[in-house]
Design a protein around this ligand. Structure first.
Ligand code: DGJ
Length: 537
């Protein structure tokens, strides 16, 4: 009896020590990532694909990440390396990664390079690759097999689930106390190539079957809010509620993509379900963004792209969110589309000199919870410097970001040579944010390329603001119809937040505010300023 009581006590005290795992919490229209009970911003960097396959290679990278103020590393876990023989797992590499991250006071987001990595299945273990009769490949329209595991094979799915489950069990075992691992990206840039759909016999068979009622019900339930792409295809068919894929969506390459999206979503959702059952971390799937002039099959089709979100949402309800990988210039266009899910996390963006500005915009405008340039260890000196500068500013004002996420007190502007200005409203004030080089005061204004400018603006109360950013000049006006109502700058101080406390530097007046006409963070500077406005007539 005493032994049982003792056991109960131990179980009770262990469970009462156990802290909640990282999770996503809805706050107004956005989601916050909660870590250790507090909102957390991933100031991230994703490693180049092969860097985390040898920890000695990582040694010089950790200090670089520190210099860039990265707090979270996105690192692959390679199926081929953790399961060298079927059912025999080797997690030594992952263990070393976790220990090294802890030594450098960093968190991890693990990227499961499982069945698919950039469409292909190159990270499948050799035993699986060789057994191609059991672990079937997708086929192109001409019947040629591709190095892409078909999502229609139960053996492929079972093998991925087994490996992913072992991974999550291991992460739970080694990390549930310290919680260095925050989230999991499941697979990487899933997509069908070079045909819009798989032509494996299993796929051909599935293509003739009825569209699952779960998908049709989702369409019917969300008829008014469907993405235009899916809605139009369905509408053109007369909104049928029953039938095979071509009956519901018509006979086109777009239907092929929808069909694949459903089956990819189903496959990944089962992996996610299995993983979460073991260790319930937030899990997401990323997408390679398509270009407007490319047809399905010419880009990695059927991943979680906005035009097929409805299909993924219906087929993969256990995935927490979908993320865009940015290798094209339409940053706002795609971010707007992904942010509609109420959560924006950017796991990859080309590591160029504008990532610093874009990170400010992600946190300040989209209220996203994370940003992460790709191949973080190999950016240019300038790109790395800008990222460090941006992350430093964000870190300083982070408590305000968390406080005002999901509210109109937190906004941001992103300006460039192409889009020179942006207007932001705060109560009665209108902020006209322009790129600093529009002043024409600096010789860099003649340059062919302008570094982008950005500012996060936090409204502390009616008249007081924090402005953190780079390369901007801001003027102020009143929203009232009364032309006599004007806005004046009461005071501006430059300064820093140290451990949450404001340490003012110079008072910026005279030439620094153009005699009270503007707030300016000159080209090449990264700064926080505190601003007080007033209105008069
Ligand atoms: C996107 C992928 O997700 C990354 O793993 C990497 O392959 C980059 N493209 C390009 O290098």
């Amino acid at each position: 009896m005493r032994a049982i009581t003792f056991l109960i006590l131990i179980i009770f005290s262990v469970s009462s020590w156990a802290k909640p795992l990282p999770f996503l919490k809805q706050k107004n229209q956005i989601q916050q990532l909660i870590v250790d009970g507090k909102p957390y911003l991933i100031q991230g960097g994703e490693l180049g694909n092969s860097s985390a396959s040898r920890m000695s290679y990582m040694l010089p990278i950790w200090p670089k990440l520190k210099t860039m103020k990265v707090n979270t590393v996105l690192a692959p876990v390679y199926w081929e390396l953790i399961e060298p023989q079927q059912g025999k797992f080797d997690f030594r590499l992952l263990d070393e990664l976790i220990v090294s991250a802890r030594q450098h006071d960093m968190k991890l987001v693990l990227l499961w390079f499982g069945s698919w990595k950039n469409s292909m299945s190159s990270y499948a273990p050799p035993w699986l690759k060789r057994d191609f009769r059991k672990f079937a490949r997708a086929r192109a329209k001409n019947g040629q097999p591709q190095e892409i595991l078909t999502p229609f094979s139960p053996a492929n799915l079972a093998a991925d689930i087994a490996a992913f489950s072992a991974l999550m069990a291991h992460v739970k075992e080694v990390d549930s106390q310290q919680q260095t691992v925050l989230m999991i990206q499941v697979e990487n840039e899933i997509g069908m190539l070079p045909s819009a759909r798989d032509h494996h016999p299993l796929a051909n068979d599935a293509f003739t079957r009825q569209v699952p009622s779960r998908l049709v019900k989702h369409l019917e339930k969300n008829k008014q809010q469907l993405q235009p792409h899916v809605k139009t295809l369905w509408a053109n068919q007369g909104y049928p509620s029953k039938g095979d894929w071509q009956t519901i969506f018509g006979q086109s390459i777009a239907t092929d993509e929808i069909f694949m999206a459903w089956h990819f979503a189903q496959y990944v959702n089962q992996i996610v379900q299995a993983g979460k059952k073991i260790y319930n971390l937030p899990m997401f799937v990323n997408a390679a963004l398509n270009r407007p002039d490319k047809l399905p099959g010419e880009y990695p089709s059927a991943g979680p792209l906005p035009h097929v979100f409805d299909v993924w949402q219906a087929g993969a309800a256990d995935i927490d969110f979908f993320s865009p990988d940015f290798y094209n210039p339409r940053f706002r266009y795609w971010s707007d589309l992904y942010a509609r899910q109420n959560a924006l996390f950017i796991p990859e963006i080309r590591f160029d000199e504008n990532v610093g500005a874009k990170s400010l915009f992600t946190f300040g405008h989209y209220h996203g919870f994370g940003f992460s340039p790709f191949s973080i260890e190999s950016g240019s000196a300038t790109a790395s410097k800008h990222l460090a500068a941006a992350y430093t500013l964000v870190k300083q004002i982070e408590p305000y970001i968390h406080q005002y996420q999901g509210t109109t007190h937190l906004k941001a502007a992103l300006v460039s040579k192409a889009e020179k200005s942006s207007q932001l409203h705060f109560s009665e004030y209108l902020f006209n944010v322009k790129h600093d080089l529009t002043l024409g005061w600096s010789e860099e204004a003649e340059n062919e390329f302008w570094q982008e400018g950005a500012a996060i603006i936090v409204q502390l109360n009616m008249n007081e603001f924090i402005v953190s950013g780079t390369n901007v000049v801001i003027t102020f006006s009143h929203t009232s119809q009364n032309a006599e109502r004007r806005v004046g700058i009461e005071q501006i101080f430059e300064g820093e937040f140290i451990d949450g406390k404001w340490h003012p530097g110079r008072s910026l007046n005279g030439d620094q505010s153009h005699q009270g006409r503007h707030l300016r963070i000159p080209y090449g500077r990264w700064q926080t300023q505190k601003l007080t406005l007033y209105s008069y007539q």
